[in-house]
Design a protein. Structure first.
Length: 353
């Protein structure tokens, strides 16, 4: 009987030891599972970032950023919080793009011209009279050429998400309408610091006067400069229509914004978060372009109501202006630019057919 009890007790002890061992294994496995969960999605749970915006929130640029921020917050369920700083509160486009490379700012949305100093291929977007319509610009920017340009950015410490719209530039002046090529003769027109802007104005027959934006209103008011070329929304935002009599729809350049991310910030994100940000920028693009076109029409209507004389430029005269500008294309299309220009023209040709 004692032997039976000993055997039974021994069996019970072995079973109890086995149960304890299994319980420890189960607890350990559960703990490891929790650990994996915590080091996976939860590791990226709270992300905060700064987004520098040059224009006011009500602008087409500002509205695009606001939409992007909203989409990111909704799709990350509040896990990714992006704070926009409007009205160039963190600096101008050149300053904040430099800060982006350093990692102190996470997002900016400059005009593509800002990048031409570091990546020459972006200069193709500034060629005068390259595009005739928004559809042509979209075909280039949203297609293979646009992707090629985006692919040049990471080596400069930047990541490009998409291309948004600033709009077509039109010349205004205080002397007379520009309806034909010869009307540029003897006009003094404001140019930006980029060489291609200055050379383009010269080729048309006018005199370029390099000026920073803060100097522009006074220069136009005092007739130191006759005119300038910006999208209608910018013309009204800067109140330039108060000191300009004429607006001619030259549509000589198409301006694009480019939402950029600091590569230092980007490299720390999970693949899922990168996909989320990229898709949000693409979805915000459609909305932003719509806002840009609505605001352009509204700005033209407001200027007309104030008494600014607005005139169309016929397709035939725009063709003459393009032909006069071709030497600029040839002069600036050197090296890798030749291939980029050819690819751009091929995409435009598809749309025109």
């Amino acid at each position: 009987m004692a032997l039976i009890q000993t055997v039974s007790l021994s069996s019970f002890q072995k079973e109890e030891t086995s149960m304890k061992s299994n319980l420890k294994t189960t607890i350990l496995a559960a703990a490891m599972a929790c650990s994996v969960m915590l080091t996976g999605p939860a590791a990226a749970q709270e992300i905060t970032a700064k987004f520098s915006v040059t224009l006011p929130e009500a602008s087409h640029q500002g509205q695009g950023v606001a939409k992007f921020v909203q989409l990111v917050k909704e799709r990350s369920q509040g896990r990714i919080e992006i704070k926009p700083y409007y009205n160039a509160a963190l600096g101008n486009d050149v300053q904040v793009t430099s800060a982006l490379q350093g990692g102190s700012i996470q997002f900016v949305v400059p005009q593509t011209t800002t990048l031409t100093g570091m990546i020459k291929e972006f200069e193709v977007l500034d060629y005068p009279f390259l595009f005739d319509s928004e559809q042509e610009a979209e075909a280039v920017l949203d297609g293979a050429v646009g992707q090629r340009l985006l692919d040049t950015l990471p080596e400069k410490g930047l990541v490009g998400l998409a291309f948004w719209e600033n709009g077509f530039f039109n010349f205004t002046n205080s002397r007379h309408p520009i309806a034909k090529l010869e009307d540029f003769n003897d006009l003094k027109l404001r140019a930006v610091q980029a060489k291609i802007s200055q050379e383009s104005i010269k080729t048309l027959g006018a005199t370029p006067v390099p000026l920073a934006v803060p100097e522009l209103f006074t220069a136009l008011e005092t007739r130191t400069v006759d005119g300038q070329g910006t999208p209608a929304t910018v013309t009204t935002a800067l109140r330039l229509d108060e000191v300009q009599k004429y607006l001619s729809k030259t549509r000589h350049t198409y301006g694009a914004f480019i939402p950029l991310v600091s590569k230092k910030f980007w490299d720390k994100l999970s693949e899922d978060d990168r996909k989320l940000l990229l898709q949000a920028a693409i979805d915000a693009r459609t909305y932003q372009r719509g806002v840009a076109r609505d605001q352009d029409r509204d700005a033209l209507a407001r200027m007309a109501a104030k008494g600014v004389a607005i005139n169309e430029v016929s397709p035939a005269e725009r063709t003459r202006m393009r032909e006069a500008s071709k030497p600029i294309w040839d002069a600036f299309a050197q090296g890798s630019m030749v291939e980029v220009l050819q690819a751009t023209q091929a995409e435009i040709a598809k749309v025109r057919k």
